[in-house]
Design a protein around this ligand. Structure first.
Ligand code: M6R
Length: 616
């Protein structure tokens, strides 16, 4: 899950590389490094452990007069700790070539034995340096970087995007991909490479997605794509839908704060264009034809982390509207247990990045077994949507903070739209239900904006609770996965023990955790629409209160029933019950952000994590 950037052209190479790395830093921030050539054709590497800012300091202290070719890397450590020496780029061929890598080389021990036998001394603990050394050996043998590069990538097992440049071939960067992302940016007299378009969107919005097991070779004036055997591959360019403004903080202290506040638009943009003549119509599903959608007898949603909680919420709505059984599985559990799949199964993957390796492998597994695969994804032309039969994009805009927020609410929205589309096509959705859902979607962005406006109240609460060591979250029905998401947010950015529970499960064990002062967020269902569930949750509140819990109740405006038993009350606008997660999660996101901020933590780049998890 590292970020890679490559450049050839007349521009300011170090500026291109470091600005690209800044936008890719969400992919990993254990170290950063660049390799560039100078006017005399000498290779220079600068690299440092820690965040990109440390590399920029190093470049200020030790400037390089770079010419127009360079590669840059931001690392999430796998092989070898996050040290200066393990940072990329790594050198081969006596320092004449530089290489960066995203992924894991699984047969590195076997390859290393070869390098040891050749008497080459490696300085780092990384699998990448082994590849750099191997490439160096091949270059000396063949005298040609392209031939050598092809020979080496064919020998690697595991996952990789590799970028390589050589002093003797100064105006070219070579890139290969196998199960890791790679895109080319097309400029005017300059070209770019990146893990995603964020690497170069400040310079060009014309992009080419490099397909699996292909090699891209860029010069200032040309882009050539070949397969690992050297056969030419044709490619199509596309225009990136967002610009650099969308990927900047826009006046907020953090990307996460900006992204929480963008949720009204994320929801509205995901619905836009999908209500046609009073019906929900998702073109990408229509393209599959109605017959396969009518035939499906089971849906499995595969996803990880926050996306899996969106999947759990989506499952309630899809079952309700499309009357087809839906199960939700963590992608990494799915394929290793030999799931029962038939040609009437549909697998829906949910992924913000579209690059999560576990989810990618689950989709491939399903596809190989003849299952219809649909991807819910936020990143245009990412690997998972390209691998799937249909891609239903969320239009949340780029999400940079490691903690997912606007992608989550957009994913729920997209899954609801899928449920409604399937319900219409399968004849299980009543006209009244479809009309009610369309009305709900119309008012939803406004309601989400009201939820966003709870920020100040939540900030105060978080300030008072800055020393809290454990927080519990309780919900029922769609409130249960929302509670899980609230707990995940707190764990990942505030490093606080947090757990989410189904309210009805409390009495089966978790209530033993309740002690004096234990904070519990309770997602209270609407008393108007779900009086039975409301009263059951209300009794849980009383049971916890009787045991000393500090109850923070998230209620709909006008719910006075729980007031006597709650220590704090957060009021949210009235929405249809099934839509509650999209507003209820917002104060939970603010709470995690504000608590992390109160503890002085970096909310955008929490320790040990990376945004896009491209290793299994
Ligand atoms: O890009 P994806 O949606 O596939 O990512 C899945 C998870 O890694 C992701 O949601 C993760 O749990 C987030 N850090 C949660 O905030």
């Amino acid at each position: 899950m590292c970020g890679i950037v490559g450049y050839v052209g007349p521009g300011d190479t170090l500026e291109v590389l470091t600005s690209g790395l800044k936008r890719l830093e969400y992919r990993g921030y254990d170290s950063a490094g660049v390799a560039v050539l100078d006017d005399y054709g000498e290779m220079h590497v600068r690299k440092r452990s820690g965040k990109l800012a440390r590399l920029v300091e190093l470049l200020d202290d030790q400037p390089i007069a770079a010419t127009g070719t360079g590669i840059g890397h931001t690392r999430w450590a796998t092989h070898g700790g996050p040290t200066d020496v393990n940072a990329h780029p790594h050198l081969g061929d006596d320092g004449k070539l530089a290489l960066i890598h995203n992924g894991i080389v699984e047969n590195f021990a076997e390859l290393k034995a070869e390098i040891d036998a050749a008497g080459i001394e490696l300085v780092s603990e990384t699998d990448t340096e082994v590849v750099a050394a191997l490439l160096g050996l091949e270059v000396s043998r063949t005298g040609d970087l392209e031939t050598a590069f092809r020979a080496v990538v064919k020998r690697l097992h595991g996952t990789f995007t590799l970028l390589a440049m050589h002093r003797d071939d100064p105006a070219r960067v070579y890139a290969a991909r196998h199960s890791s992302p790679l895109v080319v940016g097309l400029g005017d007299g300059e070209n770019f490479l990146g893990s995603d378009v964020a690497a170069f969107v400040g310079y060009t919005r014309r992009a080419v997605a490099v397909e699996e097991d292909n090699i891209a070779i860029i010069t200032p004036d040309s882009v050539r794509i070949i397969d690992f055997d050297g056969a030419p591959v044709s490619f199509e360019e596309y225009e990136v839908a967002w610009n650099t403004d969308a990927a900047d903080k826009g006046g907020w202290d953090s990307f996460m704060a900006k992204e929480i506040s963008e949720q009204p638009d994320a929801v509205a943009n995901t619905v836009r264009g999908r209500v046609v003549d009073g019906h929900i119509e998702i073109d990408e599903l229509t393209a599959l034809g109605d017959a396969p959608l009518q035939a499906i007898d089971r849906i499995i949603i595969v996803a990880c982390g926050t996306a899996s909680y969106a999947g759990q919420i989506g499952a309630y709505a899809i079952e309700q509207w499309a009357r087809v059984p839906v199960s939700v599985e963590l992608s990494h559990e799915f394929r290793y247990r030999e799931p029962v799949l038939t040609d009437r199964t549909m697998v829906i993957s949910v992924s913000q990045s579209g690059e999560t390796m576990d989810t990618m492998m689950a989709v491939k597994y399903a596809k190989e077994r003849g299952v219809t695969t649909v991807s819910v994804c936020n990143t245009q032309s990412a690997s998972i949507p390209r691998e799937s039969d249909a891609a239903v994009y969320t239009h949340a805009g780029p999400e940079v903070a490691v903690a997912s927020t606007k992608a989550f609410t957009a994913q729920i929205t997209a899954l609801y739209l899928i449920g409604l589309h399937l319900g219409r096509v399968r004849g299980t959705l009543t006209e009244a239900d479809e009309a009610a859902a369309i009305l709900a979607f119309e008012s939803l962005p406004g309601h989400v904006a009201e939820a966003v406006a709870t920020h100040e109240q939540i900030a105060q609460l978080a300030h008072w609770m800055a020393d809290t060591r454990s927080v519990l979250f309780l919900g029922r029905h769609v409130g249960y996965p929302t509670a899980l998401e609230g707990a995940l947010k707190l764990k990942e950015i505030a490093y606080i023990h947090a757990e989410g529970f189904a309210a009805g499960e409390l009495k089966h064990g978790p209530i033993a955790l309740i002690d004096h002062g234990q904070p519990v967020f309770v997602l209270v269902p609407s008393p108007r629409q779900s009086p039975v569930m409301h009263s059951k949750v209300e009794s849980k509140i009383q049971e916890m209160r009787a045991r000393g819990a500090r109850v923070i109740a998230i209620v709909e405006n006008g719910d006075t029933l729980v007031l006597p038993f709650a220590d704090d009350v957060i009021r949210l606008p009235l929405v249809d019950s099934i839509f509650e997660p999209i507003v209820q999660v917002v104060p939970l996101q603010w709470f995690a952000l504000e608590l992390a901020t109160a503890k002085g933590l970096d909310v955008d780049q929490p320790r040990n994590l990376a945004k896009s998890v491209t290793v299994e």
